[in-house]
Design a protein around this ligand. Structure first.
Ligand code: M6R
Length: 601
């Protein structure tokens, strides 16, 4: 979702800001804009609908050499994608420029209460914020106080990351955040602000954390923080050890394919980090807190929720703790009866999903223990939970989550084993699984042929399976929907005859997932039922349950190891979605209307 980047330093700001916007493209957006205070004291604002490259083209028409500026990619929430609604927004007197991520819930009220008679240029909630700063400054407040006064008027449901510039002191950036990410990067040649470290890694890996409700005033060689009472202080920086090239797609046509290909390596990285002397090794405090609980609640959204469905099985079967998985946007407003000693696990790739943060906030307020399993270090969910376990999958850039899904499942397996004790063969079994993941990836050409033949021209598709396979059908359908725009549904195979079978017509693709011995025969019968009605069935089965007719045969997973079925199934379902989208010549990494990090509720 929206991305922010700002710079104040000794070099030309524009190339840095445009490069930062390109690196933020993966978050999803529909327009972009940049403001520069030029060396010859002009204020130049350029905004464009569409892609960053469209903005870059437009920028060529202007002379924009200057040493400070702010830039933004917007994902529309209030007002359609347009040049007027793109950020930065400007105060009516032209003094202040502001970019914003998040949502100001009470913007209409603020407009009515404080900005009567002010002429607005956009339909956005953001413009209210910059007009308020302008108005308060015109009444005699200094910029810091006017900025703080505006922030204090936002209601508790609002979320924001703001970056403000004052044309009267153009070498300063004013930053503030609440429930939306914003980091300050420091370097010898200037200081920067960004909603994602990835956007500025070419300049610096040293960052200062900005906490909710603080304001930072940033110059080229100083960062001053202010609390809500106006007291000033500084904070030490931390070093982020990320390889900037990890966010480079190299020779791959799309990040998604690169990230699918990385899954065997990611599995090995988790094994390397979470085993000592062959045993699962997780911080004792986490294990103790979970063992002390009577119920685990897993909270997550989208693909992370689907990973939580799989993890639930391991916490119950291996660790013997009743576990339920909830969609965070539902749990936030519709809770079940909570057990006496609950333990909450939040699963996320980005660690910034607003729906999940909302739940974490009130679970913390209720005093329950919390753990976040997330990929992005230092994200809001990881910082604010009592404990965190990093997924170590490396930057995931494609909007469609792939390597984060498999790493979330593997991390939960290791955690469940650490709680349960024993599982002395797990390291070996997971290492073998990493080899098997690679072998499925190596067979991608066959999967491409199936996608080309049966999915690229289909308007709908169904995934069915039972038990853990049914959980994977949800992820399979989500992947296919989000990047190929195929109307796809995944569900428990037994449910087919209770309604959905009426949608099966001649040639409708029905994909069966078969990795669970107890139900393999039943799923096959359900597939037969669809074939009898004209469906084109594609089967994905593990070797021990496969027949010579199956389309994709996964490595053997016999006995208790069939619980790992979802991890191997993840690869073909991701590749089928990828090749369907690719075959339709869609922008695989940037599906329409979607954002990588969903920072609004
Ligand atoms: O960053 P998170 O894992 O919390 O994000 C949750 C969902 O928005 C995310 O998984 C989404 O469903 C993906 N685009 C799916 O590929």
């Amino acid at each position: 979702m929206c991305g922010i980047v700002g710079y104040t330093g000794i070099n030309n700001a524009l190339p840095f800001l445009l490069d930062g916007l390109e690196k933020l493209e993966y978050r999803g957006y529909d327009s972009a804009g940049v403001y520069i205070h030029t060396d010859d004291d002009r204020d130049v604002l350029v905004k464009e609908k569409g892609r960053v490259k469209d903005l870059e083209k437009k920028v060529e028409e202007f002379d924009m050499r200057g040493k400070s500026g702010i830039a933004h990619t917007r994902w529309a929430t209030h007002g359609q994608p347009s040049i007027e609604n793109a950020h930065p927004h400007v105060s009516a007197d032209g003094r202040y420029y502001l970019v914003h991520n998040g949502v100001i819930e009470n913007y209409k009220q603020l407009k009515a209460d404080y900005l009567d008679g002010v002429e607005f240029k956009s339909q956005t909630d953001t413009e209210v914020a910059v007009q308020l700063v302008g108005k308060f400054a015109s009444q005699g407040l200094d910029t810091l106080t006017a900025f703080r006064k505006m922030i204090n008027l936002l209601d508790d449901n609002s979320s924001y990351a703001f970056l403000l510039m004052d044309t009267k002191s153009p070498d300063l950036l004013y930053a503030a955040k609440s429930k939306s990410p914003l980091l300050i990067g420091i370097s010898e040649t200037g200081n920067v602000v960004s909603s994602d470290a990835l956007a500025v890694l070419d300049l610096t890996k040293d960052f200062i954390e900005l906490h909710d409700s603080e304001i930072a005033v940033i110059s080229k060689n100083d960062v001053q923080l202010y609390n809500s009472k106006g007291n000033s202080y500084t904070r030490n920086s931390f070093h982020l050890d990320i390889d900037p090239t990890a966010a480079d797609k190299g020779t791959y046509p799309f990040f998604m394919l690169k990230e699918i290909d990385e899954q065997a390596i990611v599995a090995r990285t988790l094994i390397k980090n979470y085993f000592i002397n062959g045993f699962p090794h997780i911080d004792e405090k986490i294990i103790h807190a979970i063992k002390d609980s009577d119920h685990i609640y897993i909270i997550a959204a989208g693909t992370s929720y689907n990973a939580g469905l799989i993890g639930r099985r391991f916490f119950e079967k291996w660790a013997g703790i009743p576990t339920e998985t909830y969609v965070s946007s539902e749990f936030a407003y519709d809770q079940p009866i909570i057990s006496k000693k609950p333990f909450f696990i939040f699963i996320s790739q980005s660690g910034e999903t607003a729906d999940s943060i909302q739940v974490l906030d009130f679970i913390k307020a209720a005093g329950y223990p919390t753990l976040t399993i997330a990929n992005v270090l230092n994200s809001t969910l990881t910082r604010e939970a009592d404990f965190s376990l990093p997924l170590l999958a490396g930057p995931e850039i494609a909007v469609a989550s792939t390597k984060a899904y498999t790493s979330q499942i593997i991390a939960q397996i290791i955690l469940a084993a650490a709680i349960a004790g024993g599982h002395e063969d797990l390291q070996k079994e997971l290492s073998k699984l990493a080899v098997d993941i690679q072998s499925v990836i190596d067979g991608k050409e066959k999967i491409k042929q199936l996608a080309d033949k049966y999915l690229v021209n289909a308007d709908r598709a169904f995934y069915i399976g039972r038990g853990a396979d049914a959980d994977v059908t949800l992820e399979a359908a989500l992947k296919l929907k989000e990047i190929s725009y195929t109307l796809a549904e995944g569900f428990a195979a037994g449910e087919l005859k209770h309604g959905t079978i009426s949608l099966i017509e001649q040639g409708t693709p029905v994909i069966g997932l078969i990795s669970q011995s107890k139900t393999a025969g039943l799923t096959r019968s359900n597939l037969e039922e669809t074939m009898a009605r004209g469906a084109k069935v594609i089967t994905i089965a593990t070797k021990n349950l496969a027949t010579s007719e199956d389309d994709i045969v996964l490595p053997e997973l016999a006995g208790e190891n069939e619980m790992f079925g979802p991890i191997l199934e993840a690869i073909p379902i991701q590749l089928l979605a990828y090749y369907t989208s690719f075959g339709r010549e869609l922008d695989v990494d940037h599906p329409r209307n979607l954002a990588k990090s969903v920072t609004v509720q």
